[in-house]
Design a protein around this ligand. Sequence first.
Ligand code: CTP
Length: 401
Amino acid sequence: MSVSGKKVLIAVSGGIAAYKIHFLIRNFIKKGAEVQVIMTADAEHFVTKLSLSTLSKKPVYSDFYGDNGSWNSHVELALWADVMIVAPCTANTLSKMVHGMCDNLLIATYMSAKCPVFIAPAMDLDMYVHPSTKKNLELAESFGHTIIPAENGELASGLVGQGRMAEPETIFNVVEHFFNGESHLESLKGKTVLITAGPTYEAIDPVRFIGNHSSGKMGFSLAAEASKRGAKVILISGPSSQLIRDKNIELHRVTSAREMLSKVFEFYDRIDIGIASAAVADYAPKEVAKEKIKKNDENLTIELVKNPDILKTMGEKKTHQFLVGFALETQNEEENAKGKLEKKNLDMIVLNSLRDEGAGFKNDTNKIKIFTKTDKIEFNLKSKDEVARDILNFIENQLLK
Ligand code: CTP
C-alpha cells in the first residue's frame, strides 16, 4: 500500500521554504499520486505557478477568481482531497487556520476540508518559539491535525535554530506512513487494550511534587497503533503534553500513582491486553503539606512511603489478561528484566537500557529487547511509532500461540 492513486492537496503559503515544494510534488507524482497545488498570493513571490503546475500537471490556484470570469471553488478542491498538506505553513497562515480568519483561497479550502490535514510550519526561530505560535500549533493538534515539526538548522535570516521546514522527504514519509496505517487489517478488532503512560507526580505540598522525565510518547504511540489495528483502547496517562489524534482512544488523565491504580482497576476485569509503559514514581511523600513549605531551616527531610506497584497488582489479579511490562535499566539489564517478568506475573517484558544511545525517556526513538518466559528478541534503534508496531506485532504473535 502506498500513496499511489491518492489525491493530495498541497497548500503553499509565503515563505522561502516554498522552493522545496517542487521536490515534494515530484515525490508524490513519481509514486503515482494525483497532486493539486493551491497557494497564497504571497507565495507567488517565492515560487511560480508555472513551475508548480508543470510538476503537478494541473493548474495552480491562488485566488477565487480564474480567467474569463470563472470561479475556483474552494469546496470542490477541499472535497476532492484525500489529504491536505499545508507546507510551508507560515506563522500568519497557521494563525488564520486555527482562528478561522478566512480571507483567501487557501484558508477557505482548509476550512471546507474534511480530510486529514498535515502542517509543516516554517518560520524564523524566534517566531517559531513565540508563545502565540506554540499555542496555535497546540490548537491545530487539538483539531486533530498532524504537525510535522520544523527542523533545526540555518535559516534564511542567517540565524541558526529551529524553524526550517521539514525536508520534503520527511513530509512525504509522514503522509505515506499515514496511508499505510490506514490500510491495517484490524488485527486487534474485538480486543480491549489498556495502556498506562507517562510519569506520575507525587505531591509534596500544593505547588511541588516528585516526578520524573517520562514524556508519555511510548504509551501514546502504543495507543495510536493499537487503535489503528481496531482495538478499543483505554489510555491512562500521568501528566504529559502528548495529545490524542484518534477519537477511538479513551484517554483518562491522572496525576499520582494511587489515582493511576484506581483508574486501572475501574477497567481491569474487561480488558484483554494490559501494557504498563508508565514510569510510576516508586515512592510518594508520607504527608502532603497543606500549605506551601517555607524555607525556614537549612535542611528539609521528606519522609517517603512506597507507592502501590500497579503492574504487580495487575499480575496478582490476572485471570485472562495478557500482561506486558516495561523495564528501564542501567545495569544487569537482562537479569533485572527477567526478574520483573517473573515477580510481576507478566506474559512479556520490554527492556530498554539507558546505556543504549537514543533509548529511554525523552527521545523520540527507542531501542528495545523483548523477553517472554521462553523467547528473547532484540530490535534496532527505531522511532517510538515503529517500536510500538514491533511490540504489538509481537503481542499478536503471542496471542496466536
Ligand atoms: N510499574 C507500575 N507501578 C509501579 C512501578 C512500576 O505499574 N509502582 C510498572 C511500570 O509501568 C513498568 C514496570 O512496572 O511496566 C517496571 O517498572 P520499574 O520501575 O522499572 O521496576 P520496579 O518494579 O519499580 O523496580 P525498580 O525501580 O527497583 O527497578
